[in-house]
Design a protein around this ligand. Structure first.
Ligand code: G3I
Length: 316
């Protein structure tokens, strides 16, 4: 039936995949990506980021993001917008800083308003702010935090809500999969911002995981997030291993994918799961973690791995 079909039948909103513009010329790849029975939601991996959309102050480029939005729309799929305010992949005119608080506020508002308005009504979720915490739960140093303190978060969410009231607005991070200091920081911040009337609809759990080391507290942590009154989305799932893979490692990985999907199934407000691309052919892992990879449910030849059946079975 396909992973998205199964997820929807299970009461979820979607099962989805990230993609990137360069991959769309690979016909064998897009044949699978465009199948809305497998993927109901697509996330652009790079083309909506700040460096890709506002490389020069006040000059906006939507071409590559639009290509992916049109691809999804043509295939009956929805889009997760990724990502509006992030310390990484910033153009140097932003990252070099030197702004007053008022000026940076205006810069954030202009960026967020232009992107969200451009795709108004066409984006299911926006990752409004991304990766704002260190692993110990303190705030990450960035031009945004250094200039505005935590206020930059509310500034971004309010601008996004004003520009497209229909999009669900997410705060997204990694290493908030299981319980721990970083998850506690996320919980506390979202609780505080909701109490202050900041429009946050969901917590995005990236879930860049390691096979054999998947936290045992996923469902507990996600239920705790949901208890704040927000949705939870698994936004960038992959489960890496030391390469090359073998049957034993692939079996462990399948177990791990099953664990993650079952955790989402068990939390009613876990609305969907996105894999950070669906095939090992286009995974970011080997270029960043030397000697690791094979992290996705389809292999480099676009053949389904044991993880695929484990996901399907967890959704069945
Ligand atoms: O587009 C250029 C190309 O023109 C150039 O020839 C080539 C040479 O290096 O680089 C290309 O840009 C790369 C870009 O991906 C597109 O492929 C960048 O070098 C590379 O750094 C960039 O990596 C992306 C990474 O974010 C950057 O932080 C990955 O594709 C993307 O999957 C990854 O996604 C992030 C999420 O946004 C946030 N969470 C973590 C996740 C993994 O890092």
């Amino acid at each position: 039936p396909g992973l998205n079909t199964l997820a929807v039948a299970k009461g979820k909103t979607y099962f989805g995949s990230a993609t990137d513009n360069g991959e769309l010329s690979d016909a064998a790849y897009t044949t699978i990506l465009k199948n809305s029975k497998e993927f109901g939601v697509i996330t652009p991996g790079n083309s909506m980021k700040w460096d890709a959309t506002e490389g020069t102050r006040g000059t906006f480029t939507f071409t590559n993001g639009e290509t992916i939005v049109k691809f999804a729309e043509a295939n009956g799929q929805k889009v997760r917008g990724h990502t509006l305010v992030w310390h990484s992949q910033l153009p140097s005119w932003v990252s070099s800083g030197g702004f007053s608080a008022a000026e940076l506020t205006e810069i954030i508002q202009t960026h967020v308003t232009n992107l969200v308005t451009n795709w108004k009504g066409r984006i299911l979720h926006w990752d409004v702010v991304n990766e704002i915490f260190n692993d110990d739960g303190t705030y990450r140093t960035s031009v945004f935090y250094n200039t505005l303190g935590e206020e930059f978060v509310s500034i971004a969410f309010k601008a996004a809500r004003a520009a497209d009231p229909a999009a669900k607005l997410y705060i997204n991070d990694y290493n908030i999969d299981g319980t721990g200091a970083k998850s506690t920081a996320m919980y506390n911040l979202v609780q505080k911002l909701l109490a202050a009337g900041v429009p946050i609809d969901g917590i995005g759990v990236q879930a860049h995981l390691i096979s054999g080391s998947v936290p045992s507290t996923l469902a507990t942590n996600w239920a705790s997030f949901a208890s704040l009154g927000v949705d939870v989305a698994i936004t960038e799932l992959d489960i890496r291993m030391t390469t090359p893979s073998d049957a034993t490692k692939l079996a462990q990985q399948a177990t791990d994918y099953g664990t993650v999907v079952k955790a989402c199934v068990s939390v009613p407000r876990c609305v969907g799961i996105t894999v950070w691309d669906y095939t090992d052919k286009y995974s970011w892992i080997p270029s960043v973690f030397s000697g690791q990879g094979a992290a996705l449910p389809w292999d480099e030849l676009l053949v389904k791995k044991p993880a695929y059946a484990a996901i399907a079975s967890a959704l069945a």
